[in-house]
Ligand binder design. Structure first.
Ligand SMILES: [Zn+2]
Ligand SMILES: [Zn+2]
Length: 363
């Protein structure tokens, strides 16, 4: 990354933080949280601590990093090495990413590209570029289908938490991650002291991973016709209502119905995120380091459009030398695909091209 590119990215992020510092959502008990950040072109700095939101905001403006993180855990001493921190509890968090949800459209927008000759092709990625033997990289795009699948899986988590775990919906906060998915933060004190094993059990339940095989469930249902949605709970209630709703006219087997019931209700969360009690998460109200989009709290996930609502950087134009870039859709406009060209783009469209190394600011 050229110095001019790094300077442009920092200036673009700083302009946003000056304008919208009030939208940063600092956690409660801030003095017990661990903070971290990644500078542009640098590596992660962790184990930072702040006493007050104003202090953290001032440091954020001073550094203007590419990404800012904060722990969901609270510690006695957040600044010391991990095994001496003194863990005091952590909110329960779920991560849903379009990458983990199988959608047909991925074949259209996920691709490999060559760092040398800028050839591209569909996945799987060849180890070397077939044209010039140069190094290849994967690019995961996103689209409306992927985003709506992520929303659907996010709502399934909410459904499982409120129906099966008795979580009050006002203790659940939904956030757009700033890239291809959503974070769910649960502020229910019952989960606060859960260890990684306990969190793994919840994650497994949400993914439908702890259920018996569909064949076993189907034979239970066949042997026990008295099992009804009214007499069952949790996953069995979901499965029996699904089976019942399809009625007797359904052409497939009960086993197939059970499989469908599970796959249409389970949420494909990233288990490793939920079980890690020492993790730092992107701070809400800050910018994603790869996209320039904002991690933001959502009041209505259904109507949220990341390509409009999370695009918060300025529209000030900047000239870029672009080696290669797949097509991006932002604020209703399509940008690219570009190959070996100079373009003047608004800052919000320039940033995702520059952070991925697809181009540089024109000197
Ligand atoms: Zn090549
Ligand atoms: Zn897609």
């Amino acid at each position: 990354m050229r110095d001019a590119t790094k300077a442009f990215l920092k200036a673009a992020y700083r302009e946003f933080y000056f304008r919208r510092a009030d939208s940063i959502e600092f956690p409660d008990q801030i003095e017990s949280r661990e903070f971290g950040y990644i500078p542009f072109g640098g590596s992660m700095v962790r184990h930072l601590t702040f006493r007050r939101p104003g202090e953290a905001a001032a440091e954020l403006l001073r550094q203007t990093p590419s990404s800012v993180y904060c722990s969901n855990a609270r510690y006695e001493s957040p600044a010391v090495p991990m095994d001496e921190k003194g863990w005091k509890g952590a909110e329960l968090i779920f991560d849903i990413d379009a990458t983990d949800i199988p959608t047909q459209c991925k074949r259209g927008h996920d691709l490999w590209f060559c760092g040398d000759c800028h050839s591209t092709g569909k996945l799987p990625r060849p180890a070397k570029c077939p044209k010039c033997e140069g190094p290849t990289e994967e690019y995961h795009g996103t689209c409306e289908v992927c985003m709506s699948a992520s929303k659907e899986h996010t709502l399934r988590v909410v459904d499982l938490l409120t129906d099966d775990f008795g979580v009050a919906s006002e203790t659940i906060r939904l956030y757009f991650s700033g890239n291809r998915g959503f974070h769910i933060h649960v502020f229910d004190p019952r989960f606060d002291l859960l260890d990684p094993q306990g969190r793994a059990e919840i994650a497994d339940y949400v993914r439908g991973g702890s259920l018996p095989a569909p064949q076993t469930i189907a034979s239970t249902l066949r042997r026990a016709p008295h099992v009804s949605p009214e007499s069952s709970l949790g996953w069995m209630k979901r499965i029996t209502s699904y089976v019942e709703s399809k009625g007797n006219g359904y052409p497939g087997t009960v086993q197939k119905l059970v499989s469908e019931a599970i796959s249409s209700r389970r949420a494909l969360i990233d288990t490793s995120v939920t079980t890690d009690i020492h993790r730092v998460f992107r701070l809400a109200g800050t910018l994603h380091g790869d996209t320039g989009m904002c991690k933001m709290r959502l009041s209505s996930i259904e109507s949220f459009d990341p390509t409009q609502d999370a695009v918060v950087l300025s529209s000030e134009p900047v000239a870029l030398e672009i080696r290669y870039s797949p097509q991006l859709t932002l604020k209703g406009m399509k940008y690219g695909p570009y190959k070996g060209t100079v373009e003047s783009l608004p800052a919000y469209a320039a940033v995702p091209i520059l952070t991925k190394g697809f181009g540089e600011v024109k000197p």
